[in-house]
Ligand binder design. Structure first.
Ligand code: ADP
Length: 436
């Protein structure tokens, strides 16, 4: 914030010998010298010189006394703060982050709307220490007042949601309405919550990925030890263990595959695919590939697609992956319904833009509403045991969401427990050529 006046480090800023008093002293010295010279040269009688000096002294000192009388701390208490200038108020109010201006006792002079929303207990003319009640903030404020150096502290709010803020207290000399400067504290808050969340997500992701890889790895090394030791000469045990090892190795390969796909899609998230692709053969190819699984789970897959091509701007490989995940999930988790419908329709989004919707509907157990918002989080599963038993990695729907984001589309999930689930991939429809 740029304010006219001395910098916080300049001695004049917080001098105990106010400017006005210094000016008065200089005036009196010059007047005394001039009157002395006149008296010595017999041009002025001493009592007249004394009377003139008294008048000059009164003229120089009375305004300063008046000024200092209105700027005492008691007056700040009564609300007549000399810093309450409209310009200072406007600057504080115009800051986008929460900002509070405090006097040297820590009392609130100005606060903007963002600060009032962040800490509703902060009130004008009341001590900020009472509103913020954090020992760290109180210490930082005390130190900033004592040292005139900026201080930092953290502010953690739990209500209504967890929020982490960094608080910076900077001593600033603010010009007063009567000239001179008043030492104030500018308290600014910076929201660290998004950074903190990203950091937490990164740590969770690494922990989850390591855990998911370590479990099959531990099984593999256990079986290798058994095959080298106790089961060395047991052909039946060897056959059985090799089968389990094959499954575990497949699980690790799928996980690494999904992780690589996710990172590839994320890397190119900002580049929208520009190839023109027909969705119909892609969906047929995925359904054909999953026919063995459908047969194994005794699920009838009904495909309801138009006869004519339906083109969008897309990436063929990513779209194959997307439909594979949705249809495979319906076959795995909705198998008990015995039926899966894959359909394609044209529709209009909430914003009024035309879009193409590919719907995968199953008639299985469905998903409880509390899980719906979290299904596209990495490694989130409704039932971890069930997902693992089905060979799931917990990354499928996260990949689906990222692929749709890259295609500037969206995923809709609807489910009624005991009555199946519907996953709808919505793609923006290409605009018809001009004049068509
Ligand atoms: P996974 O590899 O576990 O299948 P996904 O990200 O594809 O991971 O799915 C996340 C979770 O969502 C699954 O573990 C499952 O609990 C739930 N889920 C996904 N699709 C369905 C569905 N059609 N019916 C019921 N639950 C589903």
């Amino acid at each position: 914030m740029a304010l006219d006046g001395p910098s916080p480090s300049s001695p004049a800023a917080f001098s105990p010998w106010p400017d006005r008093l210094r000016h008065s002293a200089i005036i009196l010295l010059v007047a005394a010298l001039a009157l002395g010279v006149l008296v010595l040269r017999d041009e002025l009688l001493p009592f007249r010189a004394a009377a003139v000096f008294l008048c000059i002294a009164a003229a120089a000192l009375v305004p300063w006394r008046l000024h200092s009388a209105v700027t005492t701390r008691e007056d700040v208490f009564r609300g007549s703060n000399p810093v309450e200038a409209p310009a200072v108020n406007a600057v504080v109010a115009g800051m986008p982050d929460p900002v509070v201006l405090l006097d040297r006792a820590g009392r609130v002079i100005h606060l903007n709307e963002a600060a009032a929303q962040l800490a509703p207990a902060l009130r004008k003319n009341e001590l900020a220490q009472f509103a913020l009640r954090s020992p760290e903030i109180i210490t930082a404020l005390r130190e900033a007042i004592a040292t005139t150096e900026p201080r930092r502290a953290t502010y953690h709010d739990h209500v209504p949601v967890d929020r982490w803020m960094e608080l910076i207290i900077t001593p600033v000399p603010v010009p007063t309405a009567f000239g001179g400067a008043e030492k104030c504290m500018l308290m600014t808050f910076h929201d660290l919550t998004p950074l903190r969340r990203v950091e937490e997500m990164r740590a969770d992701f690494v922990a989850n990925a390591s855990h998911e890889l370590r479990t099959p790895l531990a099984a593999l090394s256990g079986f290798i030890d058994t095959l080298q030791g106790p089961a060395k000469d047991d052909p039946r045990a060897r056959e059985r263990f090799l089968g389990i090892m094959h499954t575990q190795a497949g699980r690790m390969a799928r996980l690494i595959d999904d992780l690589l796909s996710l990172s590839r899609v994320e890397l190119s998230a900002h580049v929208r695919p520009d190839a023109t692709v027909d969705l119909i053969p892609i969906i047929h190819q995925v359904a054909d590939g999953l026919e063995p699984l459908a047969r194994e789970r005794q699920v009838k897959v009904e495909i309801d697609l138009p006869e004519t091509p339906v083109t969008i701007a897309g990436d063929r490989e990513e779209l194959l992956r997307l439909f594979e995940n949705l249809i495979e999930n319906a076959l795995k988790y909705g198998a008990s319904g015995g039926r899966v419908i894959v359909s394609l329709t044209s529709a209009v989004s909430g914003e009024g833009t035309p879009e193409i919707r590919v719907k995968v509907r199953d008639f299985g157990p469905g998903i409880a509403p509390e899980h719906l918002p979290r299904l596209t989080e990495r490694f989130y599963r409704v039932d971890v045991g069930d997902s693992r038993a089905q060979g799931g990695t917990g990354l499928g729907l996260s990949l689906v969401k990222h692929i749709l984001n890259r295609h500037r589309g969206r995923l809709l999930i609807e489910s009624v427990p005991k009555n199946g689930a519907t996953f709808t991939a919505c793609f923006p429809q290409p605009k018809p050529p001009f004049g068509a």
